[in-house]
Design a protein around this ligand. Structure first.
Ligand code: AMP
Length: 448
């Protein structure tokens, strides 16, 4: 896969990478870094967990070293656009860790916080500006930011930025950048809208896809637990008695669902917090920090709030509700088993969610093993009348699905807290030597 040491990077940069515990490049890094170093445009179809942040930030830092100290007032030499504050903060933490032996200035600009310190940080110019589109445009309109000197533009999680309605802001921002620049686009998926945007702003890009959904799924020790809907809370309480579940991300389909689960955990004396779109940026960041630092055991999240979040050491993912989009399932379980670690996912599946399970199994091209060892299993297995007078078929009955035997079980059960032992597969995820310091910088979330 290639080693960082062979890239001819600046010695200070290499030192920081090595201290971060990185040795081997991930697939996206080995294709992106040489290409970006040559000054070419680049499209990476990749999710968080693949090492995509380093893939674009390392060559940018290398590029910026050449003109170190060349900053002009209010100007940014490079611009990284991200959909949310959380992701922007995460990128900044990485960038700061990689450039810690250099004299580059990195600043964050995002909404939901006072603009005062952001304006101040921009006053003397920066090398790397990491921003959410709305606030960036706002400060630019007020005359606090000069976009006319950007040499490199990165659009991170482009699909999500478009999902969040940022297309017009992005177009306005791009129109104010120099035409002669390098552009890099990262996206977890490549719908037509992203393709169109890419065609309009990149020049002869090299493209690489590293989004092997099944690889993510293979790394996680997955289980499904059949349970009646009204017993899910009791099942969660039961499951969480297991102390091996140290750091758990719990997914619900709705914001209200997330609040209800968090409240329930409170009553059980389990430390938790909920993050979703109705929470303020500050509350979300606080919850995330507490979860990262291990101050709370459980984080309850909706899909939108959790995508792109990078937290190390998530031992378990619990799908309190199954997602109706199979891709979300892959994103969710990908929050555990990161960076070569093992992880376990437990999916609570009620009767109405069986069709979702089928869709998921089709996408991941494998069967999710059934875990029977819990008090609600037989209730959950009961065939019920689906209200239309017809009996719901067992999952084994569907075409193209992996075979189950007639009791619905298809693998011997393990206990919840026994992840299968396996070394990290040579997938697309990064593997570490030790605990990296990169990504572990200050979490102040403010401009530096
Ligand atoms: P990302 O996909 O950028 O969110 O990165 C996922 C995680 O992998 C982050 O915690 C990075 O610090 C880490 N990482 C990135 N590249 C490597 C690498 N080559 N070796 C080991 N860890 C890495």
């Amino acid at each position: 896969m290639g080693k960082f040491a062979e890239l001819g990077l600046n010695a200070s940069l290499l030192r920081a990478i090595e201290e971060g515990g990185y040795e081997e490049m991930t697939p996206i890094q080995s294709s992106a870094i040489p290409c970006i170093l040559k000054g070419q445009d680049f499209i990476g179809v990749a999710q968080t967990g693949t090492g995509k942040t380093a893939a674009f930030s390392l060559p940018i830092i290398q590029h910026l070293v050449k003109g170190e100290g060349k900053r002009n007032p209010k100007a940014a030499r490079s611009l990284i656009l991200a959909p949310t504050r959380e992701l922007a903060v995460q990128i900044a933490d990485n960038v700061k860790a990689y450039s810690k032996y250099m004299h580059l200035r990195t600043t964050l600009v995002y909404g939901g916080a006072s603009q005062k310190s952001q304006v101040k940080a921009m006053a003397s110019g920066v090398d790397i500006l990491i921003a959410t589109p709305g606030r960036l445009l706002d400060l630019q309109n007020q005359g606090h930011i000069n976009l006319g000197e950007v040499e490199i533009l990165v659009l991170d999680e482009a699909d999500r930025m478009l999902d969040m309605g940022f297309i017009r802001d992005i177009q306005k921002i791009v129109a104010r950048l120099p035409k002669d620049r390098q552009t890099i686009l990262l996206s977890a998926t490549m719908p037509k809208t992203v393709e169109k945007l890419a065609n309009s702003i990149l020049r002869n890009p090299t493209r690489i896809d590293v989004a092997p959904t099944s690889t993510t799924a293979e790394k996680v020790d997955q289980h499904v637990l059949f349970v009646p809907k009204d017993r899910k809370r009791a099942l969660l309480a039961h499951v969480l008695k297991d102390k091996a579940i140290e750091r758990v991300l719990i997914f619900t389909r709705t914001k209200h669902g997330a609040n209800r689960v968090a409240k329930n955990l409170d009553q059980l004396g389990i430390s938790s917090a909920a993050i979703h779109g109705n929470k303020s940026q500050n509350a979300r960041q606080k919850a995330l920090n507490e979860f990262r630092e291990g101050e709370i055991r459980a984080l309850v999240a909706t899909d939108v709030a959790a995508r792109g979040i990078d937290v190390d050491g998530v031992t378990h993912v619990i799908n309190f509700d199954l997602p109706n989009e199979p891709e979300s399932y892959v994103h969710r379980i990908g929050r555990t088993a990161r960076a070569g670690a093992t992880g376990v996912s437990l999916s609570f599946c009620d009767h109405e969610e069986r069709p979702y399970l089928r869709d998921i199994e089709k996408v991941i091209r494998q069967q999710v093993p059934l875990l029977e060892d819990h008090p609600f299993h037989s209730e959950g297995m009961e065939l019920r009348n689906n209200g239309a007078g017809k009996e719901e078929k067992e999952p084994s009955g569907r075409p193209g699905a992996p075979k189950r035997n007639n009791s619905g079980k298809h693998k011997p059960n393990r206990r919840i807290n026994q992840p299968k032992s396996h070394s990290a597969k040579p997938g697309s995820g990064p593997q570490r030597k030790g605990r990296p310091s990169a990504n572990r910088g200050s979490r102040s979330g403010n401009a530096s």
